[in-house]
Design a protein around this ligand. Structure first.
Ligand code: HAM
Length: 423
C-alpha cells in the first residue's frame, strides 16, 4: 500500500486550463461555426505539429519580439536539436506551404487552422500559457482586396457566433522601402526621451524602435503620444494599398478606426496591421489580430510571395460570448436508459443498447451493479425520455417493457420493434 499522505494531488501547470465536459458545448459550437464560415470563403483546414524547429520562429517572428525573446517554450531532443512549442500558427503554416509546395496547383492558397499555441507569459485573466487560436492565411496575393476578405471573414465568424460590440482598428506599418525612414524618425524622436522610457523600451530603442509603440507602460505611453506618425512616411505603394483597403471595407459596410500607433507583437508584418477587440474583456481585450506579411515566405526560403492572415484567441472569444449572454446549443443528453431487473439480463441489455447506438440513439445503462430502483433513479437524474426495462418474463415473449418517463406509461414492445418505436 502506498502511503497516501505522501502523494500530493497534481494540478495542471500554471497558465493552462482543463476544458471540462460542462464547458465543451461552447467549444464544439465555436469550432463548428469557424469551420462552416471559413469554408464558405474557400479556406481549407491545415493541421501542423504542436512543435517545430526553434529556428523557424526565430527567423519567422523575429529575434527582437517578446514572443521569441521571452515567451517560447523551447527544449532539446535527444540529438540536441532545439525545438519549440509553437507560439503562433503563421510561421508553421508558411513552413508547411513551402515544404509541400502547396502553390503547385493554385497561385493563391487559402488555409485555416485551429489549435493550441504556447507562450510562457505571466498568466492572468484572458492570458494563458497554453491557449487556442483559430487562424486563416491567404498566401499568394498582394491585392488589398485580400486583406479586406481576411478582415471580412474574421468578423463574419464573430458575427455568426453572436458576438457584439467588437471594434476593428487598422493601420499600415509600411514596407521594406518606407519603414527604415520611419524607424529613423522614431529614433530621432525618442533619442532625447530615452531616459524616460522603461528598460524594455530602452532596449527596443536600440533593436527595433517600432516595438516601443506597443508598450503599455503609462510613462512610455506619455512619450509615445506625440511621436511621428507612420502616415507621414509611407511610400506611394503602401499609401495606395491602405487607401484601397479602406475603400473595400467601406464598400461592404465594415466599420473601423485608423490608429497609426497600432503595431503588432510579431516582426513579419508589412503594410496592413489590424486588431479586433472586445469592450467586455478588460486588459486582455484583443480577441484577434492579423495583417499582411509580404516577406515571410521569402524569409523562410521561398520565392517572393505576398500573404495576409489573421488569428483569434478562442478562450477570449468564449469569455466574450459568456459575458454577452450568447446562447450555445447544448448536448441533448441521454435519450434512453436500458435497465435490467437482474444480473441475468445484462447480456441481452448490452445487445439492445449496442444496437440502439447503431441507430444513433443516445443510450446508457448501468455499470455499477445497481438495483432496479437505483437504476431508475439514475435514469431520472439523466432526464431520459424512456427506460427500456429488460426482464426475464418479457424476454420469454421476445419483448421488453418500455417506460415513457414523461407520462409514466409503460408498454411491452417486441425486441425487433424497439428501434422503430424510438424512430
Ligand atoms: P497574436 O496577436 O499574437 O497574432 O495572437 C492572436 C490572438 O491570439 C490574440 O489577439 C489573442 O486573442 C490570442 N492570444 C495571444 N496570446 C494569448 C495568450 N497568452 N492567452 C490567450 N490568448 C492569446 C498571431 O498569433 C498571428 N499569428 C496572427 C496572424 C495570422 N497574423 C497573420 N496571420
Amino acid at each position: 500500500m502506498m502511503d497516501k499522505e505522501k502523494i500530493v494531488l497534481q494540478k495542471a501547470p500554471k497558465g493552462t486550463n482543463d476544458i471540462l465536459p460542462l464547458q465543451i458545448d461552447d467549444w464544439y459550437y465555436v469550432e463548428k461555426v469557424i469551420k462552416k464560415v471559413l469554408q464558405t470563403y474557400g479556406y481549407r483546414e491545415i493541421r501542423t505539429p504542436a512543435f517545430e524547429n526553434t529556428e523557424l520562429f526565430v527567423r519567422g517572428i523575429g529575434e527582437t519580439t517578446d514572443i521569441v525573446n521571452k515567451e517560447m517554450f523551447t527544449f532539446q531532443d535527444k540529438k540536441g536539436r532545439s525545438l519549440a512549442l509553437r507560439p503562433e500558427g503563421t510561421a508553421p503554416v508558411v513552413r508547411a506551404y513551402l515544404e509541400h509546395n502547396l502553390s503547385r496547383e493554385n497561385m493563391l492558397v487559402k488555409l485555416f487552422y485551429l489549435g493550441s499555441m504556447f507562450r510562457c507569459e505571466k498568466p492572468q485573466s484572458g492570458r494563458y500559457r497554453q491557449f487556442n487560436q483559430f487562424g486563416l492565411e491567404a498566401i499568394g496575393s498582394s491585392d488589398p482586396l485580400m486583406d479586406a476578405e481576411i478582415i471580412d471573414a474574421s468578423l463574419h465568424v464573430y458575427r455568426e457566433l453572436g458576438l457584439k460590440n467588437l471594434s476593428l482598428v487598422i493601420n499600415s506599418v509600411g514596407c521594406r522601402k518606407c519603414r527604415p525612414g520611419y524607424l529613423q524618425a522614431l529614433k530621432d524622436y525618442f533619442k532625447e526621451r530615452r531616459d524616460r522610457l522603461c528598460s524594455d523600451c530602452r532596449e527596443r530603442y536600440e533593436k527595433n524602435p517600432l516595438r516601443i509603440l506597443d508598450c503599455k507602460n503609462p510613462q512610455c505611453q506619455m512619450e509615445i503620444k506625440n511621436c511621428p506618425s507612420i502616415f507621414d512616411y509611407l511610400c506611394e505603394d503602401c499609401k495606395e494599398h491602405f487607401n484601397k483597403l479602406k475603400e473595400y471595407l467601406d464598400s461592404i459596410g465594415i466599420i473601423y478606426q485608423v490608429n497609426p500607433l497600432l503595431v503588432r507583437g510579431l516582426d513579419y508584418y508589412t503594410k496592413t496591421a489590424f486588431e479586433i477587440s472586445s469592450g467586455e474583456l478588460g486588459a486582455q481585450n484583443a480577441v484577434g489580430g492579423g495583417g499582411r506579411y509580404d516577406y515571410l515566405v521569402e524569409e523562410l526560403g521561398g520565392n517572393h510571395t505576398p500573404a495576409v492572415g489573421f488569428a483569434a484567441g478562442i478562450e477570449r472569444m468564449i469569455a466574450t460570448m459568456q459575458k454577452q449572454g450568447v446562447g450555445v446549443p447544448k448536448w441533448d443528453g441521454i435519450q434512453v436508459f436500458v435497465a435490467v431487473t437482474s444480473s441475468d439480463d445484462i447480456m441481452p441489455a448490452f445487445k439492445i443498447i449496442s444496437d440502439l447506438r447503431k441507430y444513433d440513439i443516445t443510450a446508457e445503462m448501468d455499470f455499477l451493479n445497481k438495483s432496479l430502483k437505483a437504476q431508475m433513479r439514475s435514469a431520472n437524474k439523466m432526464n431520459v425520455s424512456y427506460v427500456v426495462i429488460v426482464g426475464q418474463e418479457e424476454l420469454k415473449e421476445g419483448k421488453v417493457m418500455i417506460k415513457n418517463m414523461k407520462n409514466g406509461e409503460q408498454e411491452k414492445v417486441s425486441l425487433t420493434k424497439i428501434y422503430s418505436y424510438f424512430k
